[in-house]
Design a protein around this ligand. Sequence first.
Ligand code: RIB
Ligand code: CA
Length: 321
Amino acid sequence: MAPKRIIIDTDGEFDDVLALALALSSPEIKVEAITTISGVRCLEDSTGDVLNTLELMGHTEIPVAMGFRQHFSKDMTSNWERVRKIWATGGRSSTSPLRKPDIRAVDVDAVELLISKVMQEPGEFTLVTLGALTNVAAAILREPRFSSCLRESYTMGGAVLVQGNMNPVAEFNIWSDPEAAKIYFNSGLNITLVGLEVYYKARLRQDQWNNVAQSSEAMQYIFENFDPWIKYLDRHDPSKAGALEIGDALTIGAIVEPDLFTKQRCFIDVETKGELTSGMTVGYGLSARSPAPKTMNTDLCVDMNANEFNKLFLERVKKGF
Ligand code: RIB
Ligand code: CA
């Protein structure tokens, strides 16, 4: 079977670059473009680490376009400062990448690259989103045929059946731009949603990640660069006993090995106005008491086989890119 042709929109965090590692080591997938968005860190930091990852993995042919610095719904500046303080407690005064890439982002912006790729070959591309949905929502607003010309999409985001990670109801990628997420979920796209129902399930034990961290120059860089963040994740949840989450990589896993995931078809919408609940992903059709509208938009991943996913991730990434 021909590999799936994918475009990835990412905020360049630790688990995002591990998602890139899995995508670039998977023969079922061909990554044809990457767009970046600010998120946990500012746009320059997230883009820098995407470029570093591609360069070290030997995939400099993939165009990278920079997207929005700020989101529709929120000014993220105070969040970046909060994260900088977290990195400082891990021994680094800045969240900038440790390494300066030789390659650069292309001259067009993320929205332009998304639209031109998708509209040149309608029906060909699968979109993968690993950050806030600002770039994608802007593409949907600018080009009304954008969503219908995509084949499908896979998204890390949301907490439909479980607690959020920014507050009790909202997950970071949706919380940081609810307006954009609402546009995305109501665009007619067929979405596979990898949210917090499964995000924290695939964790590498310390011996496993020590092993993968030494498997290539690219992996060495990733683990060294994100060390302050890895230390924070460890402190944040002592119940993990040193295990490390690789969440966004699950979104690639859902494309490569769909059978590892249990899904429920539903309709997802996003709360944008709630005083306490802005960024909440609301699922219809998941129980008889909340019937779905006529058209469902989402396959929600409700469970997964974490052991098999970890095995797949380790085998692929250790083999190289
Ligand atoms: O909530 C987890 C998400 O937020 C992941 O995509 C992580 O990389 C950050 O973007
Ligand atoms: Ca991410």
